[in-house]
Ligand binder design. Structure first.
Ligand code: 2HG
Ligand code: ZN
Length: 477
């Protein structure tokens, strides 16, 4: 029931072995059909520039396979000809990991968006098998129709695909409750660069039979294989929700409150932070009225959900924290909860409207989040006083999004200084967006030489031709 045939059907267009003598375009057309080989520069552009507009590169073709067999044939054709392949999902990535670069010039972009089948949800196991091109929003809707939830959630849900989220081990808004994408993956189907299909979609929770290849591919950023389908776990839906937005004095204060709220209120699903300048920007950009009467240095957005009403426990905990009523906005119905979430979720688009941002997605040990916030503000003010710094993120798991607008997209002076600061405080230079090509030259700040050598050995074993995403993750090939 969960085989690739069930998901993607038809094998009729897979490449016959004799196509290796063909010109690449003819070969690709033979595999996926003319309408799924894009060669027109204007049409390809949407696949060649990333969401931030900071990363782009030219491809020879964009190919849109419609089945696992077609992915396999495309990869065999490209690797056999020494042509690099850049896998791409919804192109919502923020580190240049899904678009061509100089290092992969003349490559093929392999879009997985047509692998968009959702199999019937298995209510007994609470699992579903989906194609890599299924969007997060479609997956969430399919789960909701069965009274279940796919709990990884992020603002780009309408476009982000399951395959891309697996490749980057996406985190998002509910990591403190449900973990990142990795926690939801019980098996994958994927294709190696030589066309070999590896499939492990039975969804057995207990399954100790050697290396967990599926988990190895989670977070591998398209460098080891192209994910074509995934077996994912769902959770029970929680009908009762409450969202509060609190004006607070500082990040350290927000962190202290999160500790109390997580202890006192069962079912905390999110604890997000943003700041006065970001709120001002979002309100102006999205024409929103301010959520609270006063201005506060920082804002903490907290959501709790459960089968029974969470609001009473939330209010009791807030009372124990002695928070001023003027500093509190509460959402109890769907509309008011969504309105509060907008202040947080609209940061990304508001920042992009200022210019091309440098995006540094980092995690700190949560106890140091406040100290880091102050240090990064000082660093940017000292180094580039004219730059615009907008901070926001997932305070509950120590993940801050450092957005800097002003320095030219190619000037990486501040990027390096911020990442060095993160490393010096025991943090990680990539929390949830991946290394991509944006941070490949700084991988050593978060990984030791022996770790990097081990990762390169795995890369060489699974992708010996170096076909897959050659510019991503490692800076020296
Ligand atoms: C979010 O948390 C996303 O909204 C995007 O991870 C972060 O735009 C960003 O820097
Ligand atoms: Zn985020």
């Amino acid at each position: 029931m969960n085989s690739s045939d069930d998901l993607h059907g038809g094998r009729e267009s897979a490449t016959p072995a004799s196509t290796t003598g063909l010109d690449l375009e003819d070969c690709l057309v033979g595999i996926v059909g003319r309408s799924n080989v894009l060669a027109d520069p204007d049409v390809k552009l949407a696949y060649e520039v990333d969401w931030t507009r900071r990363f782009e590169g030219r491809s020879a073709f964009v190919v849109r396979p419609g089945s696992t067999d077609e992915v396999s044939a495309v990869l065999a054709a490209c690797s056999g000809r020494g042509v690099a392949v850049v896998p791409q999902g919804g192109n919502t990535g923020l580190v240049g990991g899904g678009v061509p670069s100089d290092a992969s010039a003349g490559c093929v972009v392999l879009s997985t968006r047509r692998l968009n089948t959702v199999s019937q949800i298995d209510r007994l196991s609470g699992q579903v098998t989906v194609g890599a091109g299924v969007t997060l929003a479609s997956l969430q809707a399919a789960a909701a129709a069965e009274g279940l939830t796919f709990p990884v959630d992020l603002a780009a849900r309408e476009s982000a695909t399951v395959g891309g989220m697996i490749a980057t081990n996406a985190g998002g808004l509910h990591v403190i409750a449900y973990g990142p994408m990795r926690s939801r993956v019980v098996g994958l189907e994927a294709v190696l660069s030589d066309g070999t299909v590896i499939s492990h979609l039975a969804g057995l929770l207990k399954d100790n039979t050697g290396y967990d290849l599926s988990q190895l591919l989670v977070g591998s950023e398209g460098t080891l294989a192209v994910v074509t389908a995934a077996r994912l776990t769902l959770v029970a839906s929680h009908a009762e929700r409450v969202v509060v937005l609190l004006g607070v004095a500082s990040t350290s204060e927000a962190v202290r409150m999160i500790e109390v709220l997580r202890r006192e209120v069962e079912g905390i699903k999110a604890a997000e932070v943003f700041f006065e300048d970001g709120l001002e920007l979002v309100c102006a950009h999205s024409h929103l009225s301010r959520p609270l009467k006063g201005n506060f240095p920082a804002y903490l957005l907290v959501e709790a959900a459960g089968r029974s009403d969470r609001s009473e426990a939330m209010f009791e905990a807030l009372a124990s924290l002695d928070i001023d009523e003027e500093a509190t906005a509460v959402g109890l119905d769907a509309g008011s909860m969504a309105a509060l979430w907008e202040y947080r979720e609209r940061h990304t688009e508001a920042v992009s409207a200022l210019g091309i941002p440098h995006k540094l997605d980092v995690t700190l040990p949560i106890a140091l989040l406040g100290e880091f916030e102050l240090a990064v503000r000082k660093l940017v003010a000292d180094t580039a006083p004219d730059a615009r710094l907008v901070l926001f993120g997932h305070a509950g798991d120590g993940n801050l999004h450092v957005n800097i607008v002003g320095p030219s997209p190619t000037d990486e002076t501040l990027d390096e200084q911020v990442l060095e600061l993160v490393a010096s405080m025991g943090g990680s230079i990539s929390a949830e967006h991946g290394i991509g090509r944006a941070k490949a030259r700084w991988l050593h700040l978060s990984r030791s030489d022996s770790e990097i050598r081990s990762m390169q050995a795995i890369k060489a074993a699974l992708d010996p031709t170096g076909t897959l995403n050659p510019a991503v993750l490692f800076s020296c090939k």
